[in-house]
Design a protein around this ligand. Sequence first.
Ligand code: ADP
Ligand code: XUL
Length: 524
Amino acid sequence: MPLYLGLDSSTQSLTAVVLDVRGRDRSIVFQHALGFDREFPAYGTTHGVLPDADPHVATSSPLMWADALDRMMGVVADALGADVGRLRAIAGSAQQHGTVYLNAGAEATWRALSADRPLAEQIDRTFSRDRSPIWMDASTSAQCAAITQALGGADCVAQMTGSRAFERFAGPQIRKFYDQDPDAYDRTNAIHLVSSYMASLLAGRHAPTEPGDGSGMNLMDIQSGTWAPAALDATAPDLAKKLPHLAPSSTVVGTLSRYWTERYGFPTAKVIAWSGDNPCSLIGTGLVEEGRMAISLGTSDTLFAFMREPRVDPRHVGHLFGSPTGDYMALICFANGSLARERIRDTYGLGWNGFSEALRSTRPGNDGAIMLPWFVLEITPPVPTPGVRRCGLDPNDAAANVRAVVEAQMLSMAIHSEWTGIRARTIHATGGASVNREILRIMADVHDADVYQLDVPASAAVGAALRAFHADEASEGRPIAWRDIVAGVAEPIAASRIAPIPENVRVYEQLKPKYARCEADALA
Ligand code: ADP
Ligand code: XUL
């Protein structure tokens, strides 16, 4: 009976899950997380980020990520004990957009690692840049502008790569490195994403970039899944030589290198290409066919959906990424998520129970009262100056304001996801606020879709383990349909279904254009 390991190297921690597959019975038999700040204090990160005088700069330590991988593999080997021999394949997920810069000695060093010494102390001379810019970095506006101009405008960049140039994306970050330190850029032999870097450490050889994560670079042709020569030229010289090749998500990179088999007693399990955390979460939340989307209600709210045909947001706010299934996914971020709900909860002195009670005691549509809940700079739609706006809403009416914030969030999600062309019949709700069924009731009515709660706490790591299972079977000539891969693991809780109420759906259909006008007026 095979076991599959899924790892998720995220901003703040490294998580591992082990999936046990016994015919149609699949279960997560192990899960563990190592928080970077607490477990690796020597690197000096706060929430996984290194200190920097410039508030726009966000970097982390690629050596720390390797150190965490080493420790985690030991933890997994200990936990599996005699069962470690059942491990068939490993796949991973990583925070998107971050880049790792390596010199020409890296691959030889990985091959010659000695199993009796920690990984980090053996690879510390393999970097041409000891800090990795990560997705929270916002310091590359000049580079974004230059790339955009070179490629003929934002729409050209978006049509070519799936997104307009974004500060956090790998391409602008690589250009900034070249601009600021051309000598170090010249000494760079390979530039990896966090995902392909981690896979390389496991396999002991340069791993390919996978198209799901590759679409977060402003460098990949989103239609063909190959590097876009014009984008490479617009970014930095000789870039094609430094990037790994692009290969499908199910690629077997190799097997665990001798370091891991000798150090921890692992078998020569297959190492599968790693992907980004959002593409992995798509699998980990069971979004492997059309008509399904997931809404994660976390600190910020995120909407993501499976897409068969590539479509680009004409307003360039949402992203088009590749999906590990070989299809596509849409990703849209809303900054004012739980953050805004908490502000309203606290302003009116309510707990979550009081918040839910306010939703129960008020009518769908809020008698036409509307809030634009922009407590902080909003991403979708882009709001240049934060500030809450109220249209026909009494600021002293606590219950109406609670309803207004949630209705605004759901209406905004519906309006700003129209470009995806996806008509979701089913929504999988995740994230901290998805425990709140009164919020999910409004979600169901506004989107006219069945909403289910999902019990997959580490969806990116679970998605990675499922990808390992899928790739292993496919590589043995036994391809399994994605629907069967996720069955029983990344499935919604059937009893949690909240069905839309037709009467409420009609109320929101009428409110939607009114909300859109209110938003447009505020942004005019
Ligand atoms: P993140 O992963 O982005 O840090 P989580 O997905 O863990 O966030 O969600 C945490 C949030 O969930 C909290 O900030 C809180 O606002 C929200 N939350 C928790 N319980 C409830 C509830 N009963 N109703 C609404 N929101 C809730
Ligand atoms: C997506 C993004 C984040 C990171 C977080 O574009 O920047 O979701 O992937 O890990």
